[in-house]
Design a protein around this ligand. Structure first.
Ligand SMILES: Cc1ncc(C[n+]2csc(CCOP(=O)(O)OP(=O)(O)O)c2C)c(N)n1
Ligand SMILES: [Mg+2]
Length: 318
């Protein structure tokens, strides 16, 4: 694990708390709305993993890009998709970040540097090399970040993407969110290596294990990896050990997990952990703000027009 991180200034700490809480409350709210039948489809939720998206995306510029997965709500909000645009997308509304055509598994917006999320496991791991190569060929100092799961690390795309990025020294940070399971499959049953980070050595790049339940540790490890990519020193693999507090998707009763395992990880919830570093009044003020933001987003989504069927084939490139 990375060393204990140095504490950022109070404004930065407050910002990290606001972002993590925004994601948590967004997720809790959409779960309720999904059960009420207001949100169609299914949801793959991010409760528990907030420190990873917030720790990394807080280091990026609007012109840096990220790729994401079937579990993209946290990445989208952390990279700058507005709560209104994200909520409206989940509702299938024309005002959503993908005009209501993508839904939960495809959140994104090129305007904020997020490729609409790819739900094919490992899909982002090769696509991100194209983004990184474009940045390199243009001689820009932009950085691309690829978020992916432990399950994706056993896909061929993981290996191809890592190798290509390493050999071409592309400006990429690979961020593995190891939440211990690929759906119901425990990672230890499908990997003889304990740490995904150790695989970096096979490609000749650095890999680090990071406490993914500590936003400051993620931020510290991420800062070095982003700086290295931006300086032209090539990719890094960060493995953030984390845990999803909810099922894989909304139909998952989590029968494959022990309740004491869940309780042990809840003890490490990144949100109260950071709150303890803030003055209580400042934290309470942020909590009120976040509630108002979420209420506003729900109201916006509810009252927005549905995506128009006549638009179904616009923005389709093949
Ligand atoms: C190529 C491919 N295989 C299988 C699936 C079905 N599937 C969706 S999510 C998932 C598990 C992914 O696990 P992981 O990469 O650890 O991400 P997590 O769900 O834990 O965030 C699977 C098998 C898929 N979407 N794509
Ligand atoms: Mg996983």
């Amino acid at each position: 694990m990375a060393a204990v991180a140095e504490q950022p200034d109070p404004g930065t700490l407050a910002g990290l708390y606001r972002q993590m809480l925004l994601i948590r409350r967004f997720e809790e709210t959409v779960y309720y709305l999904f059960l009420e039948g207001e949100i169609p489809g299914t949801l793959h939720q991010y409760q528990g993993q907030e420190a990873v998206a917030v720790g990394i995306c807080g280091l990026l510029r609007p012109t840096d890009w990220i790729t994401s997965t079937h579990r993209p709500h946290g990445h989208a909000l952390a990279k700058g998709v507005t709560p209104r645009a994200a909520m409206a997308e989940l509702y299938g509304k024309a005002t959503g970040c993908c005009a209501g055509k993508g839904g939960s598994m495809h959140l994104g917006d090129p305007a904020v540097g997020m490729l609409p999320a790819i739900a094919i496991v490992g899909g982002g791991n090769t696509v991100v090399t194209g983004i990184g190569l474009a940045f390199q060929l243009r001689r820009s100092d932009q950085v691309a970040v690829c978020f992916f799961g432990d399950g994706a690390s056993n896909e061929g795309a993981f290996h191809e993407g890592m190798n290509f990025a390493a050999v071409r020294k592309l400006p990429i940070v690979f961020v593995c969110e190891n939440n211990l399971y690929g759906a119901s499959t425990p990672f230890h049953q499908v990997s003889a290596l304990v740490d995904v980070a150790d695989r970096a050595a096979a490609y000749g790049i650095a890999g680090y294990v990071v406490d993914g339940m500590d936003v400051l540790a993620v931020r510290e490890a991420g800062a070095a990896a982003v700086a290295s990519a931006r300086a032209g020193d090539g990719p890094t693999l960060l493995e953030c050990k984390t845990y999803r507090f909810v099922g894989h998707s909304r139909s998952d009763a989590r029968g494959y997990r022990e309740s004491d395992e869940e309780a042990a990880w809840k003890e490490r919830d990144p949100i109260p952990r950071l709150r303890a570093l803030l003055p209580p009044e400042a934290a309470a003020e942020i909590e009120q703000e976040v509630e108002a933001t979420i209420e506003d987003a729900v109201e916006f989504a509810r009252t927005s027009p549905d995506a128009d069927p006549s638009e179904a084939l616009t923005d389709v490139y093949a």
